[in-house]
Design a protein around this ligand. Structure first.
Ligand code: GAP
Length: 491
């Protein structure tokens, strides 16, 4: 396929690009694939791992009030009875009478919603619970019905008391988890947007009931697009406003909601996303999940329009109360004054890895008219390959130095050594997959023990001593130094 020669790629074009370059393949495609399942290729696994590592760093390592867990995908089915998923996690399968488009809607939307493709009337095909069912135990008749988890969150609630005790956490505190979740979606579609197997990065943040957020000073001053219930009811459209002002004006009611939404804007910004394509939208009462008191979503303007990127639900004490009742285990915590309380989850930031990957890939994709190739402008923190090392020509004197640099850098990063093709071709290959820096060993390197580093986005080059290379690269990848000041600027 010829690369799409524009920046605004469709989701289908992005899927083709991702397959061609080795980011994401349709799962089991040699047998025709299976809808809603995707495999990550050599670049995709690196990108996804970098994304999860950066999320974990920001939310767990850089905070004293958060610790992580890694729960099991299959757990006691009682967990899902207590959480309400067995009874209340229900979708309605529909088919458009006019165009045949298959979709799922929520129960409350029956008779109200029309086909998102052509506006036709939906015919209800039945209700179903999207949890995948499996059997635990190999002997028929002696096995237990169990579920593949539809969200990671419940393992946090079920382990809440152990984690609080082991990590000696005091309210307010959070527990984070990254892991697979499974939903038997009626109509998986739009590449990684709606899949049947996906990964979530979730935080359950526990507070004393009515405890105020002490971190409001950290909320930045950037304006964001906001669409609350009232604006939706009156068809006003979204407003651009600072998060802190939205809180003061009670558009966002809870301080913790404002705080966590601002933290995610900060993180997406740090990771290089285009915040102009973001907005936050409050759920209408009829949309809220069975456990939620108030929910806000961050939505992103995908090629198919504004869609949910992630959610921030106020789950109150719903989950701990349910697990306390079903398990008969006390989930309360003792405060310093001896009072016992059931903590509340005032905010549950929940982000799908696949949807986050779509955002970063869509924002990074640029077709460069001058270079006549795609330049994938990913943040260096996320880039699958941090640097490519080239000897300018295939001659031992250049190759020995380049190979030595490669051997040193690969101890710290995923880097490649590339000696085939012209320098221009090698640059283009790396631009297309988002490698932020290319290092070339050239004629001057032999005399001066230095190399050139070329910046992917500007094509500018600097010369840097080999002895300083690792430190310079570390500074560049972590956005601690500016490229043009990191060495002697050449062009
Ligand atoms: N624990 C709360 C929870 O699971 P959710 O809104 O159902 O809430 C949270 O899911 C996030 O997980 C979504 O905002 C989205 O990023 C991701 N997600 C949910 N279903 C998905 C699917 N079928 N495919 C890809 N990502 C999905």
């Amino acid at each position: 396929m010829k690369e799409k020669q524009k920046d605004n790629v469709s989701i289908e074009d992005l899927a083709i690009f991702c397959k061609k370059k080795g980011f994401v393949y349709p799962s089991g495609e040699i047998y025709g694939g299976l809808a809603g399942f995707w495999d990550f290729g050599p670049l995709g696994v690196e990108l996804s791992n970098n994304l999860k590592k950066e999320w974990w760093k920001f939310n767990v390592y850089q905070r004293e009030d958060l610790v992580g867990i890694d729960g099991s995908i299959i757990t006691s089915p009682k967990v899902w009875e207590a959480s309400g998923h067995v009874e209340n996690f229900v979708d309605v399968s529909v088919v458009c009478k006019k165009c045949g488009y298959k979709s799922k809607i929520d129960k409350h939307e029956i008779g109200i919603t029309s086909c998102e493709k052509c506006g036709g009337e939906y015919e209800v095909k039945g209700e179903f619970n999207p949890m995948f069912i499996t059997e635990v135990g190999p002997i028929k008749g002696d096995s237990t019905k169990a579920y593949l988890r539809p969200e990671t969150a419940q393992l946090i609630f079920a382990n809440f008391k152990y984690v609080q005790d082991n990590a000696r956490m005091k309210l307010p505190f959070g527990i984070a988890q990254i892991g697979k979740a499974f939903r038997n979606e009626v109509s998986p579609r739009e590449f990684l947007f709606r899949t049947r197997e996906f990964e979530q990065m979730e935080i359950e943040y526990f507070i004393e009931p009515k405890q105020k957020c002490p971190y409001l000073k950290e909320i930045g001053t950037k304006e964001i697009f906001i669409l609350d219930k009232k604006m939706q009811d009156s068809n006003e459209g979204s407003k651009k406003i600072k998060i802190i002002d939205a809180l003061k004006k009670k558009i966002i009611k809870k301080d913790w909601h404002a705080y966590w939404i601002s933290k995610y804007f900060e993180w997406f910004d740090l990771m290089g996303a285009d915040l102009n394509k973001f907005r936050i939208r409050q759920h209408l009462s009829k949309e809220k999940s069975h456990y939620s008191e108030d929910t806000w979503d961050i939505e992103y303007n995908f090629p198919m329009g504004y869609r949910e990127l992630m959610g921030f639900a106020d789950r109150g004490d719903f989950d701990l109360k349910q697990h306390q009742e079903y398990s008969k285990k006390n989930m309360e915590l003792s405060l310093d004054d001896g009072k016992k309380i059931l903590p509340h989850v005032v905010c549950e930031p929940s982000l799908g890895v696949g949807r986050a990957l779509l955002v970063f890939l869509l924002d990074a994709y640029h077709y460069d008219e001058k270079r006549k190739n795609v330049v994938l402008k990913l943040s260096p923190k996320l880039s699958p390959i941090k640097t490519a090392i080239f000897p300018i020509v295939k001659k031992p004197e250049f190759e020995i130095i380049a190979q030595k640099i490669f051997d040193d850098l690969k101890k710290e990063w995923n880097v490649v050594y590339d000696k085939s093709g012209s320098i221009g071709r090698r640059y283009a290959r790396n631009d297309e997959i988002g490698t932020p820096y290319c290092i070339t060993v050239d004629g001057d390197s032999l005399k001066n023990k230095d190399v050139t580093i070329r910046d992917r986005d500007t094509t500018k080059q600097i010369r840097v001593k080999v002895s300083e290379l690792k430190n310079v690269l570390r500074g560049l990848i972590n956005s601690e130094i500016e490229f043009e000041k990191a060495g002697k600027l050449l062009n």
